[in-house]
Every structure is written in C-alpha cells, then in structure tokens.
Write a protein that binds this ligand. Structure first.
Ligand SMILES: Cc1cc2nc3c(=O)[nH]c(=O)nc-3n(C[C@H](O)[C@H](O)[C@H](O)COP(=O)(O)OP(=O)(O)OC[C@H]3O[C@@H](n4cnc5c(N)ncnc54)[C@H](O)[C@@H]3O)c2cc1C
Length: 273
C-alpha cells in the first residue's frame, strides 16, 4: 500500500482497540512508515487484564525482543495440571515449547513504551461506534471521544482489534464462535501458596455442577491458577456459557451469583490463598 499524506483525520490504518493486537498493528504500521491511529475506549491501553501466559510468537518477539518474555515471565514447563472435582484425580499434559507466565500490566506497558518511542498515535477514551460507509465500502469509523463528542476519522483500512466479538466485525456479521463466549473473572493475588519454582504448571480445577455448597445450580466451571514469581499468582474462574445453554437443567447464573462463587472460591479453594 502506498503511503498517503496524513492529515488530521485521514490515515493509512485506523486501528480499533489498544490491546496486544491493536498495539502490535499500530507499531508495525508506524515502523513501516504508514500512518496509523489507534482508538481505545479505555482510559489506558489494555485496560482489562486478559492474558498472563504465552509462548514465543514471532511478531511479539520482533517488537518486544526475544528476551522480553524470559525477562519478565516465569518459565513454565508448559504443563497443565487438571484437577478433578474434589481433587480426587489429577492429570498432567505437557507442551513441548517454552511457555511463560507474566503480569499483564508489565506486558502491555512494554508495548506502550515502544509505541511511545515511535510516536505511535494512540487516542484513549475514544469508543468506536460504527464504520462509515460509502458505496458499500468502509471508509473510516465514527467514535465518541472523552467529552462525549461524536467524531469521524477516515482512512484506507480499518483494522478491528477490539477483542472478541469486535465492534466492526459484528457490524459485518462476522460469525464469532459462541464457544468462546465464556465470561472469565480473574485477579492478581500476592502471598500465593503456589510456588512457580516448585509447581511450574498452570493449574486447572474442575468444579462440577452442584460441587459448591453455596451455589447448587451453578454450572460446571474451571478455576485456574497461573503461578508467577514473588509469591504472586493470577487466579481466575471461567464458565463455559455456550455449554451451560445446552444443559437444560442448569440455569445461567446472574452476575451476582458468579461474583458470589468467585468470592467464595478466592477464600476457600486450594492455591487461591
Ligand atoms: C480473562 C481472559 C484471560 C485470557 N488469558 C489469556 C492468556 O493467558 N494467554 C493468551 O494468549 N490469551 C489469553 N486470553 C485471550 C486474550 O483475550 C488474547 O490473547 C488477547 O487479549 C487478545 O488481544 P486483543 O488485542 O485481540 O484483544 P483485547 O486484549 O481484548 O483488546 C481489545 C481492546 O479493544 C478495546 N475496545 C473494545 N471495544 C472498543 C471500541 N468499540 N472502541 C475502541 N476500543 C475498543 C478494549 O478496551 C481493549 O483494550 C484471555 C482472554 C480473557 C478474556
């Protein structure tokens, strides 16, 4: 693509979302000398913690450096330990490549530092609302800025990096996979009783339907622990909503019930405290 002159509201790339994908795209485009604007609805880049475990990926290594993950992450042997309900049986599966557990903020901050050094144009508090179309072609996007004003930006190409079920993708009826529709709650804890040096694997705890005293009708779910360094761990609870929908006897829990289960898990389950 040839570079067009950038003016205030025309860019080669309009990138929606400043998570890992949007930041990567913005950095790559800027490095290639193409003009790019990255619109993020949150107050900061990567506002919601998403990932804390990954292997080497070429494009990420090229941006952050191949040493980055080993420098901030705890190296795992790539194993996953699956604990049955009640922890009566455990199964371990292994990957054959290096895998690291890291802290989301450290990961995103490094992307942001690099973007900042390159003068990448990231606009925070800008929520993209819809594409702008002309003759059935997407020419740009409409967005709401931090003051509530509706603005437009035009460009050659719009990249939807707004995460699962993206705002632009939905407009064009992209069939997002319902199986992926699993709400995950998670938090970073300190003083974890799980030590990455002793237990370098991701731990999954299956919680069967009816296992939990305090929520009999709660559907099956998985609680997981990513051990980090310094007695810290990322812990989470994941529900397979698509499966719950097919389990006719299970009612889909309200947000309040999910939070109730989550709070109880945090205080009761092994590895969480
Ligand atoms: C809780 C959770 C845990 C996960 N853990 C892992 C993991 O350990 N390892 C792994 O590899 N993957 C994990 N994933 C998958 C993870 O989502 C991706 O790996 C990674 O975050 C994808 O990056 P992304 O930039 O595509 O999306 P996201 O990180 O979701 O970023 C999308 C960005 O777009 C912004 N946005 C959304 N809508 C708009 C809008 N209308 N206008 C402007 N901005 C908008 C959001 O605020 C966000 O900053 C996890 C996902 C979840 C939900």
């Amino acid at each position: 693509m040839s570079e067009l002159n950038k003016d205030n509201d025309f860019y080669n790339f309009i990138i929606v979302g400043a998570g890992p994908a949007g930041l990567t795209a913005s950095i790559v485009a800027t490095r290639l000398g193409l003009s790019a604007i990255c619109l993020e609805k949150g107050e900061i880049t990567g506002p919601k913690p998403r990932g804390e475990g990954m292997a080497h990926v070429q494009v990420v290594d090229e941006i952050l450096g191949r040493d980055f993950l080993p420098s901030v992450g705890s190296k795992s042997n790539g194993g996953r330990v699956w604990h049955s309900p009640g922890d009566q049986q455990t199964t371990i599966t292994h990957r054959t490549y290096d895998h690291y557990f890291f802290e989301w903020r450290e990961f995103i901050d490094r992307f942001e530092e690099i973007a900042h050094d390159l003068d990448v144009n990231i606009q925070l508090n800008c929520e993209v609302i819809s594409p702008i179309e002309k003759d059935r072609l997407c020419m740009g996007v409409k967005y709401r800025d931090g003051n509530g004003n509706i603005k437009e930006v035009h460009g050659n190409c719009v990249l939807d990096c707004s995460g699962h079920s993206g705002i632009i993708g939905r407009h064009y009826n992209i069939a997002y996979d319902e199986e992926m529709n699993c709400p995950i709650i998670k938090c970073l804890i300190s003083e974890a009783n799980i030590d990455i040096n002793v237990t370098p694997d991701l731990q999954f705890y299956f919680i069967g339907n009816g296992d939990l005293e305090y929520s009999k009708s709660f559907p099956q779910c998985v609680a997981y622990v990513f051990p980090l360094g310094n007695k810290k761990a990322e812990v989470g609870l994941m529900l397979r909503m698509a499966q719950a929908r097919n389990m006719k006897t299970v009612k889909i829990p309200s947000d309040k019930e999910i939070m109730n289960v989550w709070n109880n898990l945090k205080s009761m389950y092994p590895g969480f405290k």
